[in-house]
Design a protein around this ligand. Structure first.
Ligand code: SPV
Ligand code: MN
Length: 630
């Protein structure tokens, strides 16, 4: 280690931790750590290897620092984020760009020089009196060509602990590959703490330096802003993937059993937050690999994917024994789980909205002592548990975790699913005509209606292509082109599907039950295997009534009526045309590099819809469409 780094580190780092660092023989790591030790000025440094002893040390620290408290069930703990720190801070998350770099108007950025200066000034002495945790991770399975090494520096034991559950340890990978020069770097400080939570919310920042593949985060604890390996790394990985010809997607990866369990077909799926993505990945009796972020590559003519993570940071609202038995069981059994922003009741048990039990009258939550009817500092009513309350758990603690989670080759993808919250336009399940049609008319056209879980009015449609808009670090048009190009040398191209779990009838009630998604997945599995027929419509292929009737019986033991099918799968032409106009306006007015083929694809779809409208009216029964097949 260069003397200048040693001089900085030896004051803060005891012999044991210095040894752990030196064993890596990696000057780039020494340089990075020394630079931020000097700037942030922690009281001490802990270096995390892959050992269980180090994991236990971090768990102990979370309790000592009061960032977590133990709950009644063995292995369970709770963490609270500050009252104003309950979600990703979109307005303070920015890319640091040089004056000649342009990402587009929907992607927030800041002048690189100015932003770097600001964040380095904020970080000065920010860790004074605290311990700095230096942690090594591997994004994706270890020993895999998909994977990316990463180093996280943080002064939050909660962040380090969460990362332990969510990511593969990477210390040994760094040690094996002494010359690793290119790795993602994350620097996080929770900043000043009051009652264990970040108190300086006005100086909350998440700044992304794409050039150095580095992200800074200050004055926040909420995992979406701080766990570098999650959404922060995703932004870096989208850029790297674009340069190297693969994809980083906001996708789950899961296996669906087919042919009476003799076949597994793997799917990836992209849905905006709070649209059923985790619930889909976690379907009972199917196989979960991941619920949030996937890397996809074309290898030997096939599209293969890995889960970037090894754990889940999932929304806990509405997880009940009835709706999500697999996860409910894991959340109520002994084992390592971090609950965040739930309520802790007088028995020291976690409680959350929609947990299927009688609502508590009092307890402790992210607002402090809570009783029914409490108003927060902003005068809003405080629910007993936050709508974005979450759980953090290792996937291997789930009964339905797939054996390929750690497969360095990933899994071959048979189908890709896109979805959003749409009350009145798309049918519940739809297959695109081909890859290009799916990417352009479905993935690039995702809109999702806001819920009461987000700020602002409810039911407003928000454009969110591939459910990835929040994380794009390249211009939108290029990102779409990358999605088109990934299959250009593929021999087996995955099918693309679109789902809508949120369709409502005239009475504003949902037309589908919460479990119906399982039927759509089974239908898709049959389509990939070539074992189900479909009806061609102007927007894509839809299931046949006869097939769904059988599947509803098999999967849910439910009689599925012709009337239900007709109402759910009728083609809503007026709404579909209106959607095309909205999406076209975005691509024509707001996106500067829209691929020409996108507008053509939307125009062709509009023409097919208009022809159908002229022949059949605004709303067309699937039975009519079936009888007019060419
Ligand atoms: C999401 O909001 O899409 C999440 C949680 O997966 S967060 O870590 O906040 O991004
Ligand atoms: Mn997500």
């Amino acid at each position: 280690m260069k003397q200048e780094y040693m001089d900085i580190l030896k004051d803060k780092c005891d012999g044991k931790n210095l040894e752990k660092l030196e064993a890596l023989k990696n000057e780039k790591v020494f340089e990075f750590v020394a630079k931020y030790v000097k700037l942030c000025n922690p009281a001490s440094i802990f270096v995390r290897t892959d050992s269980e002893e180090d994991a236990a040390y971090l768990r102990g620290k979370t309790l000592e620092n009061a960032e977590e408290k133990t709950l009644k069930t063995e292995g369970h703990s709770v963490h609270f984020d500050g009252y104003y720190d309950q979600a990703r801070d979109k307005s303070n998350t920015k890319y640091l760009l040089r004056p000649d770099e342009v990402l587009g108007s929907d992607i927030r950025s800041e002048d690189r020089v100015k932003g770097l200066k600001e964040i380095h000034t904020l970080l000065e002495n920010m860790m004074a009196g605290k311990e700095m945790y230096v942690c090594f991770f591997c994004l994706g399975p270890t020993g895999s060509k998909f994977s990316i090494p990463a180093v996280q520096i943080t002064d939050s034991s909660y962040v380090a602990h969460s990362e332990d559950l969510l990511y593969r340890s990477g210390y040994e990978e760094f040690r094996k590959n002494e010359n690793t020069e290119r790795f993602f770097r994350f620097v996080h400080s929770a900043g000043a703490l009051k009652n264990g939570v970040s108190s300086d919310v006005y100086n909350r920042r998440v700044y992304i330096d794409l050039e150095k593949e580095m992200v800074f985060s200050t004055n926040t604890q909420y995992a979406g802003n701080t766990v570098g390996l999650k959404k922060l790394s995703m932004r870096l990985a989208i850029k790297r993937a674009s340069e190297e010809g693969w994809l980083t997607e906001h996708m789950f990866v899961m296996g669906v059993n087919g042919n009476d369990g003799k076949r597994v077909t793997y799917f990836t799926g992209s849905f905006p937050s709070a649209c059923g993505k985790t619930a889909t990945a976690m379907l009972e009796d199917e196989k979960i690999i991941g619920d949030d972020i996937a890397y996809l590559r074309e290898i030997d003519g096939k599209i293969r994917a890995v889960n970037v993570e090894r754990g889940i940071f999932g929304i806990i609202q509405n997880v009940s024994e009835k709706s999500d038995p697999e996860i409910f069981e894991a959340l109520t059994s002994p084992g390592e789980v971090i609950f965040s922003n739930v309520l802790v009741d007088s028995d020291n048990n976690p409680r959350w909205l929609g947990d299927g039990r009688a609502e508590p009258e009092r307890g402790v939550n992210f607002s402090g002592e809570w009783t029914n009817g409490k108003k927060g500092p902003d005068d809003n009513e405080v629910f007993f548990s936050h709508k974005n309350a979450r759980y953090t758990i290792k996937l291997k603690n789930l009964k339905n975790c797939d054996e390929n989670l750690e497969n360095p080759e990933g899994v071959e993808i048979g189908g890709v699913i896109y979805g959003g919250r749409d009350s009145d336009t798309s049918v519940p399940a739809l297959q695109s005509f081909d890859w290009e049609h799916g990417i352009l008319s479905q993935a690039a056209a995702i809109e999702s209606e806001t819920t009461s879980a987000t700020l602002g009015a409810e039911g407003v449609r928000k454009f969110n292509l591939m459910a990835n808009l929040d994380f794009l670090s390249i211009p939108i048009g290029r990102y779409i082109q990358n999605n088109l190009d990934i299959v250009k040398n593929a021999e087996k191209i995955p099918l693309i599907f679109h789902v809508n779990y949120f369709l409502k009838g005239e009475d504003k009630e949902y037309l589908n039950g919460i479990k119906d998604k399982h039927v759509w997945l089974k239908w898709m599995e049959l389509r990939v295997a070539g074992e189900a027929d479909a009806i061609k419509t102007p927007t894509g292929y839809i299931p046949k009534y006869e097939d769904l009737k059988v599947l509803f019986k098999q999967v849910l033991d439910k009689e599925y009526s012709k009337e239900e099918y007709e109402e759910q799968f009728k083609l809503r032409i007026r709404e579909n045309i209106a959607k095309i106009e909205r999406i076209k306006a975005i691509y024509q007015k707001k996106v500067f590099d829209t691929p020409a083929i996108l507008i053509k694809t939307l125009n062709d779809q509009k023409k097919r819809l208009e022809d159908c409208q002229n022949a059949n009216g605004d709303y067309v029964s699937p039975f009519v469409l079936e009888n007019t097949q060419d």
